[in-house]
Design a protein around this ligand. Structure first.
Ligand SMILES: *Cc1c(COP(=O)(O)O)cnc(C)c1O
Length: 424
């Protein structure tokens, strides 16, 4: 199946006379005839459902669709993108371990890594996505367990050189984890470029309607944990908390990582999505391939308009030929990047705020990537916890306005921007 067909049909195959749409199995628990039958599930001897904190059929069907879209072997849904990135890293890096991360990442992920996971004993080294080979090499330590980056960083819109970072990660015997939220699998499939694990905030384009908060973790099944067994004891030695199962042996390269994340992390942290929420996500996924090209087309028109406007200091959109990441974006995302454009309003912080107050079609929201156009001033909102140096490292300047172009008429959006700029 091509990706368009997967968006509509993957993950759920109803049998004769069964519901055409994915049923919402809104049940915490599942009934068994014997304790022995249920016991086999607890021992991971049989697959099946017993408690929705760990797994639920509705959520699993939607996870299977996302795995198919990314070209992975297994996936799990989480209750948010934050939980997805936490699980993706913590599944293989614990206290005393180290991770190399791009510095140009979502503010919430930066905080998770630099503050909260640091308190848990996981150490991060942040590198520019455009660092030299020497700088990248110097970031690795003997206890490095993973490399992390975002395909298109939110909100800096830097484009991650997936192939290069995958090569460096693999040379050090560790996997590359890529947050593919902004590009979506419609525009980029990181596994095709060497990434091993993909994460998503499904809250964004995958849902696409601002109706659901959720996340996903997808395994490519390509990383050979056993070949680097000493680095990943959680996958390659018996888990005493799960009846001595060795995930990489029992579930193989394609299943070990997600099974471990489900059996340990979801069991213990419980960041599980509701079946109702997974159902809403699936409705969004059914039209992802139709919506993404329109988001990109409109964003390009808006970026081209802004680039010519005298009251705009600069425009950052990786789809613009003038953009520093244009060539890299063409390589990894030949059909388009995303619907988010950032730009600086001449006059800095205050001019940007005044401009946003005048907008009528675009609303001020922390959100991005839904059907309704919205905009944000990151330096005074999402990124306000960062120091000036960290802001610069993350590619966020004080005058930056981030606009997420929705599915309205591009002409209406441009007229709205024009009238707002006229008033300042
Ligand atoms: C929004 C976002 C997240 C966090 O996702 P939530 O669903 O809000 O928890 C992570 N990564 C990226 C790139 C995002 O845009």
């Amino acid at each position: 199946m091509r990706i368009e067909t997967k968006c509509v049909q993957a993950g759920y195959n109803p049998g004769n006379g069964e519901p055409r749409q994915i049923p919402i199995i809104q049940s915490t628990t599942f009934k068994y005839d014997t304790s022995e039958a249920m016991g086999r599930l607890f021992d991971l001897e049989d697959s099946g459902y017993f408690y929705s904190r760990l797994q639920n059929p509705t959520c699993d069907a939607v996870a299977a669709k996302i795995a198919a879209l990314e070209g992975g072997t297994a996936a799990m849904l989480t209750s948010s993108g934050q939980a997805a990135n936490f699980f993706a890293v913590f599944n293989i890096a614990g206290c005393g371990d180290h991770v190399v991360s791009s510095a140009s990442i979502y503010g919430g992920t930066f905080n998770l890594f630099a503050v909260t996971m640091k308190k848990m004993g996981v150490d991060f080294t942040f590198v520019s996505p455009d660092c030299t080979d020497e700088e990248l090499e110097a970031a690795f330590k003997p206890n490095t367990k993973a490399v992390f980056g975002e395909t298109i960083a939110n909100p800096a819109l830097t484009v991650f050189d997936i192939e290069r970072f995958a090569h460096a990660a693999h040379a050090h015997g560790v996997p590359l984890i890529v947050d593919n939220t902004f590009a979506t699998p419609i525009n980029c499939r990181p596994f095709e470029w060497g990434a091993d694990i993909v994460t998503h905030s499904t809250t964004k384009y995958m849902d696409g309607h601002g109706a659901h908060v959720g996340g996903a973790v997808v395994d490519s099944g390509k990383f050979d944990w056993m070949a680097h067994a000493e680095k990943f004891p959680g996958l390659t030695t018996p888990d005493e908390s799960y009846h001595g199962v060795t995930y990489a042996e029992k579930f193989g390269q394609g299943g070990a990582y997600i099974t471990k994340a489900t059996a340990q992390l979801m069991r213990d942290f419980g960041s599980t999505p509701s079946p109702q929420s997974a159902f809403l996500l699936n409705l969004g996924l059914e039209s992802l391939h139709v919506r993404m090209p329109r988001h990109c087309e409109t964003a390009l028109k808006v970026a081209q308009y802004l680039e010519k406007h005298p009251k705009i200091a600069w425009v950052n959109y990786p789809g613009l030929p003038s953009n520093a990441y244009y060539e890299r974006a063409k390589k990894y995302m030949p059909n388009g990047t995303c619907g988010v454009v950032s730009f600086g309003v001449r006059g800095g912080r205050e001019a940007a705020a005044a401009f946003m107050r005048e907008l009528k079609v675009a609303a001020i929201e922390t959100h991005v990537a839904d059907a309704r156009t919205c905009c944000l001033h990151p330096a005074s909102t999402t990124h306000r916890q960062m120091s000036d140096a960290e802001l610069i490292a993350a590619g966020v300047s004080g005058d930056l306005v981030r606009m997420s172009c929705g599915l309205e008429s591009a002409e209406d959006l441009i007229e709205d921007i024009a009238q707002a700029l006229d008033k300042i």
